[in-house]
Design a protein around this ligand. Structure first.
Ligand code: SF4
Ligand code: SF4
Ligand code: SF4
Length: 254
């Protein structure tokens, strides 16, 4: 069987998802027998931007150069996957959206004039067609490895659409809202992490992003009001929406 050509690319991000992918490749060495890595600067020194069966993108776009690179990768790839919450929804860098980028640069960099960034932060799907999106900050490496494996042998993953609460209940985890009065975004957040935070007695802060199919804006904000009664301020709730669901927040406004 011909090996599938794979490229892994990074835009603005922290490399946490790329690290999860590297751990997953170590844990699932059988995957390396099915793929030929053509581009992955965190893994190898020699890289080739060429036609790909699968392109995996980490991070969101913060400048025109990212948009050009993304369009080029899309043109070269049969399947394009957005990996993690930055690529899929914008990610934590979206917290600065709405503030003058030149002001932000002054706070962070000693020589801000050398930093090229526009005021917006764009998820990959805002710029090119995405075939598959995987959320999570970071992404679940095992899930990603299994998806890549399925695609390269000619299959396609089945998308399961449910809220974190469903996953939490199935795992038999005590609800932190009911038992401890801790704010938790579970009812409006996409499943996928195995209800990690509630399993440690913490509330979910929404790193998989809000559920977007048939999104009910009213319910999202009703949720914010309910969480306020449990001690999560309106400002913090809005910051969580911005930091982990920015591209959805933009679509709510239009
Ligand atoms: S989604 Fe989270 S872990 Fe992944 S690159 Fe973005 S900030 Fe890092
Ligand atoms: S702990 Fe959170 S995710 Fe789990 S059932 Fe309660 S609200 Fe839902
Ligand atoms: S419980 Fe929520 S915040 Fe915690 S890992 Fe899962 S989606 Fe992210």
């Amino acid at each position: 069987m011909r090996k599938a050509s794979v490229g892994v690319f990074k835009l603005t991000s922290c490399s946490g998802c790329i690290n999860e992918l590297i751990y997953a490749l170590v844990k699932h060495p059988e995957l390396l027998k099915l793929i030929e890595v053509k581009y992955f600067t965190e893994l190898q020194d020699v890289n080739e931007l060429t036609e790909l069966d699968v392109a995996v993108i980490e991070g969101s776009s913060i400048r025109g150069e990212h948009e050009e690179v993304l369009k080029k990768i899309r043109g070269l790839s049969k399947v394009l996957i957005s990996m993690g919450t930055c690529a899929t929804l914008g990610g934590v860098q979206s917290l600065r959206v709405g503030v003058d980028v030149n002001e932000v640069k002054k706070y962070v960099y000693p020589s801000p004039e050398y930093v090229d960034a526009y005021s917006d932060v764009k998820a990959v799907s805002e710029l090119v067609q995405v075939d598959l999106s995987l959320r999570g900050c970071p992404v679940n490496g095992d899930a990603l490895a299994s998806i890549i494996k399925k695609i390269v042998v000619g299959g396609w993953p089945v998308e399961v659409y449910e809220s974190l609460c469903a996953e939490c209940k199935r795992a038999g985890i005590e609800c932190v809202v009911v038992t401890k009065g801790i704010p938790c975004l579970g009812p409006i957040v996409s499943a996928g992490c195995g209800a990690l935070c509630p399993s440690f007695g913490r509330g979910c802060y929404g790193c998989y992003g809000i559920k977007d199919k048939d999104i009910d804006v009213g319910k999202v904000f009703e949720m914010g009001e309910a969480l306020e009664k449990l001690g999560l301020s309106k400002e913090d709730f809005h910051s969580l929406l911005k930091g982990y669901s920015m591209s959805l927040v933009k679509s709510l406004k239009t």
